[in-house]
Design a protein. Structure first.
Length: 212
């Protein structure tokens, strides 16, 4: 991922925030024909210091299912269009439109998981996180053959990143007046996504060391 120096973040708490916000990622591998294979899927993220473990699963018919070895994972954060009309120095500096966003690119190795007990543990973890987010408590019933029979239709994976790149393109290369004006415009837009991005811009301004 191309990251100009102004937008590089090395503090892994930003990765924590990205995946806490949206753990629906893009997983990219290379197929036998040499072309990329891509799957969008939900994951469970865990971090202990520098050690990161991400788990998820594919539908068994997916051509990517069962891939072992090198992989790339894209983590998506808030993003929004920025109008040059929001900048106080728009005329003197000749400003043009741009896009602000936060994202991460993880490179590492995939390990497929097919053991039924391990798959059930993965599904328990995934459902626990997502059920809590909607105020429910559904769990896989290990005694219900109708549910456990469906395990044959999936292949799990563990992904251990060896390289993490975090990009926070949040107007850090602009004068403070421009940054504050953009934040005000995003917060006043009425769009939840834009308002979310504005909060990320505020956090970067309040924690410059984490975004440097």
């Amino acid at each position: 991922m191309f990251i100009p120096s102004d937008f590089v973040a090395t503090d892994l708490t930003w990765l924590d925030r990205l995946l806490a916000r949206d753990a629906f990622v893009t997983l990219v591998t290379t197929g036998s024909d040499g072309l990329p294979q891509v799957t969008l899927l939900p994951v469970v993220y865990r971090r202990d210091g520098e050690d990161i473990l991400i788990e998820g699963h594919w539908a068994r018919p997916n051509p990517q299912a069962g891939h072992a070895g090198p992989a790339l994972m894209l983590v998506h954060g808030p993003h929004a269009y920025l109008s040059p009309g929001w900048y106080p120095d728009k005329d003197s500096a000749g400003r043009v439109p741009t896009w602000n966003y936060a994202a991460a690119e993880l490179r590492g190795a995939l390990e497929p998981v097919t053991d039924p007990s391990e798959l059930m543990d993965m599904l328990d973890a995934l459902s626990a996180v997502n059920e809590a987010s909607v105020g429910n408590d559904w769990r896989l019933d290990r005694d219900d053959l109708r549910q456990t029979r469906m395990l044959k239709g999936i292949v799990g994976f563990r992904f251990r990143p060896s390289q993490v790149q975090i990009k926070l393109k949040l107007s850090q290369n602009h004068p403070e007046a421009n940054q504050l004006s953009v934040i005000d415009a995003l917060e006043g837009s009425g769009s939840p996504v834009s308002q979310d991005l504005a909060q990320w811009m505020r956090q970067v301004r309040e924690q410059p060391a984490a975004g440097s």
